[in-house]
Design a protein around this ligand. Structure first.
Ligand code: RET
Length: 315
């Protein structure tokens, strides 16, 4: 348990809740109605925090390995490891898309839960792993199941058998109730923390889930995902990364972070834009947003391995 992190996580949650209210206000009043704004918001979030938060993994890696300096040799070794994992996972996606999607979703849920609730755990990797996955599943279900038509359109281009009819046969037509059911276990977990954490910390975690749910429900798939991914996941991971680097390089600042993140953010953006532009010529029959998620999953796979080491490091 890391109770000393609770106050700043609570403040962070409050700021993000405020941002979510602002977003909901813009949507409800009709000021934000143009669909092009949804795409612009999605792209903006990816550029400003989404991609950069995963672009200093090389620095975290050398810091965790207790090497003081980044040498050309250590950078090359790291990049080879990254590219090897990326290519391996890319090949698996190509041959086994359904299995890869399930793997990606479970890993993402774990990664999402970890960035939000890491401070509730210090040991017990099994319990924390289960709780992280369940938290992530609840949040992802708000985003995907409350926007199921949009989500199916994207998913269907990768897995043609994934249709509403086929899914209804498995889970019936009670889609929209699944997110509420999935919220029960994180809620039970939070109530078990009343004795060890201040009530206000628990309260703002509940409101955070509510805010993510409301934005997902009212703002559509793209904005719902971008708001969760950008506001909550990326800024929280980014804060953890900066805190970590600051523990070794006192005075490490946000502007230094963005300078350090520039090269790999630029390479990722250029790669994604290139692949999306060449999509019409590749004849893959895959929806551009789905291709984007596959590309993100490739970049995210090695990133999750590095962040796992950062969060599970003894405090
Ligand atoms: C929203 C959404 C999906 C899930 C996306 C996920 C799970 C993204 C995870 C990103 C991560 C983990 C980034 C890490 O930094 C699907 C199901 C692919 C398609 C429908 C829309």
């Amino acid at each position: 348990m890391n109770t000393s992190a609770a106050p700043h996580e609570m403040k962070h949650n409050q700021v993000l809740i405020l941002l979510s209210c602002l977003l909901l206000g813009l949507k409800w009043t009709g000021i934000w109605a143009d669909e092009r704004l949804d795409y612009a918001f999605f792209a903006g979030i990816m550029l400003v925090v989404g991609l950069p938060h995963g672009a200093v993994d090389h620095l975290i890696h050398i810091q965790l390995k207790r090497q003081n300096e980044l040498t050309l040799q250590s950078l090359l070794r790291f990049v080879s490891f990254y590219v090897a994992l990326l290519l391996l996972y890319g090949t698996v996606w190509f041959f086994f898309p359904t299995m890869s999607l399930i793997f990606f979703i479970l890993l993402s849920c774990y990664h999402f839960g970890q960035s939000q609730w890491y401070y509730f755990f210090s040991s017990s990797p099994v319990l924390s792993g289960i709780v992280y996955i369940l938290w992530g599943l609840a949040v992802l279900s708000y985003i995907v199941l409350w926007n199921s038509s949009e989500a199916l359109l994207i998913l269907n281009s990768l897995i043609p058998t994934l249709t509403r009819d086929n899914l209804s046969e498995i889970i019936g037509n009670k889609w929209s109730q699944i997110p509420t059911l999935l919220s029960i276990i994180p809620a039970i977990f939070l109530s078990s923390k009343f004795r060890t954490f201040p009530k206000s910390v628990i309260f703002w975690e509940v409101v955070s889930l509510l805010a993510i749910g409301l934005v997902s429900y009212f703002c559509g798939l793209l904005v719902g995902f971008a708001a969760y991914f950008g506001f909550w996941h990326s800024t929280k991971s980014l804060a953890a990364i900066v805190r970590n680097l600051r523990s070794v390089h006192p005075g490490y600042s946000l502007s230094q972070f963005y300078k350090d993140a520039f090269v790999f953010s630029f390479i990722s953006i250029a790669g994604i834009v290139l692949l999306l532009l060449s999509l019409p010529h590749l004849d893959l029959g895959i929806h551009p947003v789905m291709l984007f998620f596959v590309l993100i999953s490739l970049l995210t796979f090695p990133h999750m391995v590095i962040l796992e080491q950062l969060y599970s490091r003894p405090k």
